[in-house]
Design a protein around this ligand. Structure first.
Ligand code: C2E
Ligand code: CA
Ligand code: CA
Length: 568
C-alpha cells in the first residue's frame, strides 16, 4: 500500500511495481484516510510519504505503533528531505527503511524485496509453531476473528473444533520430554493429513474455504471451519479426526503409545459473536467431553449433540446399506388428466433400515449429500429402476415412462453420463426413462449444465425440471435447455384453491410450458378440486395422494400396470 498526497507519484510507482510483478497494490492520496484503509487492507508493506498536508507521515507512523493490529506492518518511508533528523525520527517511530525522493526504481525493488523477506521470516517466527510447523495460537486467533466476521457478514455458519490429547501430562512424564515431542509431531501430522483429505472431498474449491488446523498449546489443537454444509459435516470431521489421532497406536522410542483425544465444538456466530466468547464456549464443550469419560466429542449447544449422533449413525449405516441391499424403490403413479389413465410413475427411494424400519428419503438423502454417498446411492437407483423397466417390458407389461430423481451432485460428477450410458447399454429402455433435476440445481450456473443435458438427451432419455416455480428460472435458459417437462412444485398446487396468486402462477407456468413445447406435471395433488382446476387449465399429468401414494414395485405392478394392460 502506498500513501502519498501526489497522485503522480502513486501512479508511477504502481505502474513500475506492476511491471515487475507486484500486482496487489492499493493506495490513497488522502493521509487522513490512511489508517482506516490500513485496518481493512492490512498490507504486507507500506510505502509512506512523510511530507503531506494536514496529517504527516510521522502522525501515521505514530498512530500505527499505538495500534496492536498495525504495529507489525513494515513501513518504508519516502522522503524528499535529505536531512538525517527526518530519517532518524522515522526510524525511531518504527519505520523499517527509507528511500529518497525521487525514488530510484531499482532501489525501490531491492528495498521492497528485503523488507518482504524479513517480514515473511518474522511472520513465520511469530505465527508458526516450531515443533509441529502448524500455525500457532496467535495465528489461530486471527483466523477465528476473520472467519467469524466473514460468517456474520455473509450470514453463514462456521465451527471451531478443539482437540485435547487425553492425559497428555502422564504420557509425557512416562515417555520423557523428547519422546513426548516426537509424539506431538506425529499427532500433528496425522491431524493435518486427515484435515486435508477431508477438505479435498468435502469442500467445493469455488465456494468453500478450507478448514485450518493450528496448535493452541502443548497438547491442544484447533480446527477452524470457516463455512459448513451441515451440523453433520462437523460431526463427521470431528469423528474422523478422533479416529486418525488414536488409531493405530504410536510407536515411540520402542514403546507402543495409545492416545485418545477429547473434542469440543462451538458453532459461530450462533455460539458466540466474539472470539473470546467462542473460545470460552468451545472450552466448556471440551470440558463436558472430558467429564463424559474422554475420547468423545461434545457440542457447546447441547441440542446439537443428539443431532450429530443421529447423523453419524445414519452415515455409518448408510455406507453399508447398498451392499446389504436395504434400499428399495417405491413407485407413485402419474395420471394423464385428459384420459384419466396411467401415464407413468416416479421412482422414490426408501430405506429398509434394520432397526428403524422403513425410512423416507428426507431422513437420509440430506446426509448422503453431505458425506458424498449420494453418488453411489443415486447410481444404485438408476440401475434398479432400469432393471425394473426391463423386467416389466420383458413381462409384456405396458411400457410407461419411469421418472428418476437425480441430485445435482450426482449430475456434476465427471463420469455421470458415462455411467448412465453403461447402465442403459443394450436395455433399449432409455426412451421410457426420465431424469428429474430440480429447478434450483439447474439454474445454478445454467450455462455449464446445457452440455450434460444434451448428452443425456442423446442417450434417448427424457428430462424434467422438478420443483418448478420456486427457483427463479431464466426463460432464455429454459429455451436453450433440451428439456421435455416441467414439474410444478407442490407448494403451488397446495394453494391452488386458496390463493389467487398460486392459481395464477400455475396457469402462467402451464402457458409458458406450452409456448416452449414442454409437458407439464403437477405434483402433490391431494384433492379432487385441485385435480379439476389443473385439468380445466390444461395441465398434462398429475401425481399425488388423491390418485395414489408411492407403493412397492409389486403393488404398483398388480394394481396399476396390469390393469392398464387389461384395458389396453
Ligand atoms: P420430490 O422429487 O419432490 O418427490 C415428491 C415427494 O412428494 C415424494 O416424497 C412423494 O412421496 C411426495 N408426495 C407425492 N404426492 C404427494 C401428495 O399428494 N401429498 C404429499 N404431502 N406428498 C406427496 P418422498 O418419497 O418422501 O421423497 C422426497 C424427496 O426425496 C423427493 O422429492 C426427492 O427430492 C428426494 N428423492 C426421492 N427419491 C430420490 C432418489 O432416488 N434420488 C434422489 N437424489 N432424491 C430422491
Ligand atoms: Ca421428483
Ligand atoms: Ca418435486
Amino acid at each position: 500500500m502506498m500513501v502519498d498526497d501526489e497522485p503522480i507519484n502513486i501512479e508511477m510507482t504502481q505502474a513500475f511495481l506492476e511491471e515487475v510483478g507486484y500486482t496487489r497494490f492499493c493506495s490513497t492520496t488522502d493521509p487522513a484516510q490512511a489508517l482506516r484503509i490500513l485496518r481493512v487492507v492490512r498490507p504486507h508493506v507500506i510505502l509512506l510519504d512523510i511530507q503531506m498536508p494536514a496529517v504527516s507521515g510521522f502522525d501515521i507512523l505514530q498512530a500505527m505503533r499505538a495500534d496492536e493490529t498495525l504495529r507489525h506492518i513494515p513501513v518504508i518511508v519516502l522522503t524528499g528531505a535529505v536531512d538525517s533528523d527526518t530519517k532518524l525520527k522515522a526510524l525511531e517511530l518504527g519505520a523499517s527503511d527509507f528511500l529518497n525522493k525521487p525514488v530510484d526504481a531499482s532501489e525501490l525493488v531491492l528495498r521492497l524485496r528485503n523488507t518482504l523477506a524479513a517480514r515473511a521470516y518474522q511472520e513465520h517466527l511469530t505465527y508458526y509453531d516450531r515443533l509441529t510447523g502448524l500455525p500457532n495460537r496467535q495465528r489461530c486467533l486471527d483466523e477465528i476473528d476473520r472467519a467469524l466476521r466473514r460468517a456474520q457478514r455473509l450470514q453463514r455458519t462456521g465451527a471451531l473444533i478443539q482437540i485435547d490429547i487425553d492425559r497428555f501430562t502422564q504420557i509425557n512424564e512416562a515417555l520423557g520430554p523428547s519422546a513426548g515431542d516426537t509424539l506431538l509431531q506425529q499427532i500433528a501430522l496425522r491431524l493435518a493429513d486427515r484435515v486435508s483429505v477431508w477438505s479435498a472431498s468435502h469442500t467445493n474449491p469455488e465456494t468453500f474455504e478450507v478448514p485450518q488446523l493450528s496448535r493452541l498449546s502443548a497438547d491442544e489443537f484447533m480446527i477452524v471451519l470457516p463455512q459448513l454444509q451441515s451440523i453433520g459435516s462437523v460431526a463427521d470431521l470431528a469423528a474422523s479426526l478422533r479416529e486418525a489421532a488414536s488409531t493405530p497406536a504410536y510407536q515411540i522410542a520402542g514403546h507402543e503409545v495409545v492416545v485418545t483425544v477429547s473434542q469440543g465444538v462451538a458453532m459461530f456466530p450462533g455460539d458466540g459473536s466474539e472470539v473470546d466468547q467462542l473460545l470460552q464456549h468451545v472450552g466448556s464443550a471440551i470440558h463436558h467431553a472430558k467429564q463424559a469419560g474422554r475420547n468423545t466429542c461434545q457440542f457447546y449447544a447441547p441440542e446439537l449433540n443428539a443431532r450429530a449422533i443421529q447423523h453419524l449413525s445414519v452415515e455409518n449405516d448408510l455406507r453399508k446399506a447398498i451392499e446389504r441391499n436395504e434400499f428399495c424403490i417405491y413407485y407413485q403413479p402419474k395420471i394423464d388428466l385428459a384420459t384419466g389413465h396411467l401415464s407413468g410413475a416416479e421412482a422414490l427411494i426408501r430405506w429398509n433400515h434394520p432397526e428403524r424400519g422403513l425410512l423416507g428419503p428426507g431422513e437420509f438423502i440430506p446426509v448422503a449429500e453431505t458425506v458424498n454417498l449420494i453418488v453411489p446411492t443415486g447410481s444404485w437407483v438408476i440401475r434398479e429402476v432400469h432393471r425394473q423397466a426391463v423386467a416389466w417390458h420383458t413381462a409384456g407389461l405396458p411400457a410407461i415412462m419411469l421418472s428418476i430423481n437425480v441430485s445435482a451432485r450426482q449430475f456434476a460428477q465427471a463420469d455421470f453420463i458415462e455411467n448412465v450410458r453403461r447402465v442403459m447399454a443394450g436395455g433399449g429402455m432409455a426412451g421410457h426413462l426420465c431424469f428429474e433435476l430440480t429447478e434450483t440445481s439447474m439454474m445454478e450456473k445454467p450455462e455449464s449444465k446445457i452440455e450434460g443435458l444434451k448428452e443425456l438427451k442423446n442417450l434417448g432419455l427424457s428430462l424434467s425440471i422438478d420443483d418448478f416455480g420456486v427457483g427463479y428460472s431464466s426463460f432464455s435458459y429454459l429455451r436453450r435447455m433440451p428439456i421435455d417437462e416441467l414439474k410444478i412444485d407442490k407448494s403451488f398446487v397446495d394453494e391452488i384453491e386458496s390463493s389467487e396468486d398460486s392459481a395464477a402462477i400455475v396457469i402462467a407456468i402451464i402457458a409458458m410450458a406450452k409456448s416452449l413445447g414442454l409437458a407439464t406435471v403437477a405434483e402433490g395433488v391431494e384433492t379432487e378440486g385441485q385435480a379439476r382446476f389443473l385439468r380445466e387449465n390444461g395441465c398434462g399429468d398429475c401425481q399425488g395422494y388423491f390418485f395414489a401414494r408411492p407403493m412397492p414395485a409389486i403393488e404398483f405392478e398388480e394394481q396399476w400396470l396390469r390393469k392398464t394392460a387389461a384395458f389396453k
